[in-house]
Design a protein around this ligand. Structure first.
Ligand code: NAD
Ligand code: MG
Length: 487
């Protein structure tokens, strides 16, 4: 396998063709030396700044303003001023802006894909073919709802809530922005959004898209910063709604601070999804789904299939095919079009992945990775699987949020369901079987917001997404996603 170039002695890839480097040009996107806050339709410099790096090289990309409490005040005030006129526009007029934003995103998708890969570390193939098309699709989809809200099933005259405070994570920076902003604007709300501190750039680029679309000032405001900025925003008395995606720990804190206020809240938190392979599943197809389930986006996916449950009778066959497939994964330069697994988003996240993986080995699970040479600079973690995992192991219970798969086994469908549901989370699950009746019977018993059958990690703006239990509450996407923004 896999690092950018090196050859390996005894590497299973030796009998295969080598890949020549196929880098996407980074010159398609211009990064300014510094960025301000986007408030009331204009960029202004904050007092303090922080740096954002390219996690594949540790190179500093640029400096970004760090919003303090007064900056958050100004952003909320701008969103409140914009709220009346924006909500008074006919839905068909709001739709025009959203359609315009969607088209500009499509036109500028190459720039945005490169920027997202530079700031986040994800492979260009994913930012180009998954993130960006889904971002545009989200704006198109909610643009279509803006003039049909009276027929959405939430009463004849649904009203916007006002100002939405939105805090998003670093794993899908622009896609999470789209999930938050598109339904909020379609329903007549205005927003103040805070991107994650390691991936602020695509949100700032989006601010420029809003200007290009001539979106009225104050409808979208972007404040950059870390946890403190997020806390000032969600605790601000001037906001009517809070939408958060991120860790369960921070989600819990936000639920506490919002409790007892009139603010509405949706939380999209962690997961520890089971991907269940029955003995009649087509093995090669299942292996592709397992790989996609845990190695897509370096495993930085809240709905990742991080617990693989294999029926005992096919355990050896599936495991062998999976290991063979894992040796072909290419880890390295995110801007290389042949890269499958890019960089881990931050030093902090890499440390968390290392720590939990070490715990897995200490607790007695067997660790395996294909031969893999990792680049010298940047944050990297080889695709890893653990066998001999029991339900009591921490790597079977806690979200690792990295390219690490925990493999367990089961004998009967009932045992599979019991093990799949034995988690504090409930965001997603996968079922691999040839039998349609089994898919329906098992899906019905899984306590997970999304259940994929013979596929995994499929997203569509028309489909609601969200969790049970500690994975959060509320739904994003689809008609259901409108409800969180309507009174
Ligand atoms: P995090 O929850 O700390 O950060 C998510 C967002 O919340 C960021 O924008 C951050 O600045 C902001 N934030 C942090 N503290 C806040 C506070 N008190 N009030 C308001 N906003 C606040 O996540 P993290 O530290 O980047 O990652 C930790 C773990 O969380 C990961 O290892 C992973 O398990 C999980 N995670 C889940 C998701 C998801 O999509 N569900 C995304 C990112 C991380
Ligand atoms: Mg970065």
């Amino acid at each position: 396998m896999a690092a950018a170039h090196p050859h390996h002695e005894g590497n299973p890839r030796d009998d295969m063709f080598e890949y020549a480097p196929a880098p996407e040009s980074r010159s398609v996107v211009e990064i300014a030396p510094s960025y301000g806050l986007f408030i009331d339709g204009a960029f202004d410099a904050g007092k303090d700044t922080f740096k954002t790096v390219n996690p594949a090289t540790e190179e500093v990309l640029t400096e970004v303003a760090l919003a303090g409490p007064e900056d958050v005040d100004r952003a909320v005030a701008a969103a409140r001023r914009a709220s009346g006129p924006w909500s008074a526009l006919p839905g068909s007029e709001r739709a025009k802006y959203l359609f315009r934003i969607a088209r500009i995103i499509q036109e500028r998708s190459r720039e945005l894909a490169v920027l997202e890969s530079l700031d986040n570390g994800k492979p260009i193939r994913e930012s180009r073919d998954v993130d960006l098309p889904l971002v545009a699709a989200h704006f198109f989809y909610y643009a279509g709802w803006a003039d049909k809200l009276a027929y959405a099933g939430f009463g004849p005259e649904p009203r916007p809530l006002g100002v939405a405070a939105q805090v998003i994570p670093w794993n899908f920076p622009l896609l999470m922005l789209a999930w938050k902003i598109a339904p909020a604007l379609a329903t007549g709300n205005t927003v103040v959004l805070k991107p994650a501190e390691t991936t602020p750039l695509s949100a700032l680029f989006f601010a420029d898209v809003c200007r290009q679309a001539e979106l009225p000032a104050g409808v979208v405001n972007i404040v950059t910063g870390a946890g403190d900025t997020g806390r000032h925003l969600v605790e601000h008395p001037g906001v009517h709604k809070v939408a958060f995606t991120g860790s369960t720990e921070v989600g819990r804190e936000i639920a506490g601070s919002v409790a007892g206020t009139a603010k509405r809240l949706t939380l999209e938190l962690g997961g520890k999804a089971a991907n269940i392979v029955f003995d009649d599943a087509p093995v090669d197809q299942a292996v592709e789904g397992i790989v996609n389930g845990i190695f897509f986006n370096q495993g930085h996916v809240c709905c990742a299939g991080s617990r693989l449950l294999i029926q005992e009778s096919v355990y050896d066959e599936v495991l062998e095919a999976l290991k063979r497939r894992m040796t072909t994964l290419r880890v390295g330069d995110p801007l290389d079009k042949n890269t499958d697994i890019g960089a881990i988003n931050s030093a902090a996240q890499l440390a968390r992945i290392r720590e939990l993986s070490d715990v897995g080995a200490q607790e007695g699970a067997q660790r395996w990775s294909p031969p893999c040479e990792l680049p010298d600079h940047g944050f990297w973690f080889a695709p890893t699987l653990f066998t001999g995992v029991t339900q009591a192991h921490r790597i079977a219970r806690e979200e690792i949020f990295g390219p690490v798969l925990s493999v367990l086994t089961f004998r009967t469908p009932a045992e599979a369901v019991e093990k799949a549901n034995n988690t504090p989370y409930g965001l997603s699950a996968g079922i691999w079987t040839e039998k349609g009746s089994r898919i329906l019977a098992v899906a019905d018993k899984l306590r997970a917001g999304v259940v994929w059958a013979n596929t995994f990690n499929k997203f569509d703006p028309t489909s609601p997404f969200g969790g049970y239990k500690e994975s959060g509450y509320g739904r994003e996407g689809g008609r259901h996603g409108l409800e969180a923004y309507l009174a």
